[in-house]
Design a binder for this molecule. Sequence first.
Ligand code: ZN
Length: 63
Amino acid sequence: MRLSAPAQTETDNGIEVHEEEWGRVSVQRCYQMRCDCGRSWFELELPQVVKCPACRKLSLISI
Ligand SMILES: [Zn+2]
């Protein structure tokens, strides 16, 4: 196993600067479906008709 060298914190003017590391977050909208049978799940698009993954019933979406 190799030990990595200590991070260098020296800058030109001698002041330590700790830069924050920024990540990236992507956002995704989704719709929560809830069937009469009690099962709920998520869809990325809002369909007009959905099939419940639990009871296999086709249902019209009502908002
Ligand atoms: Zn169902």
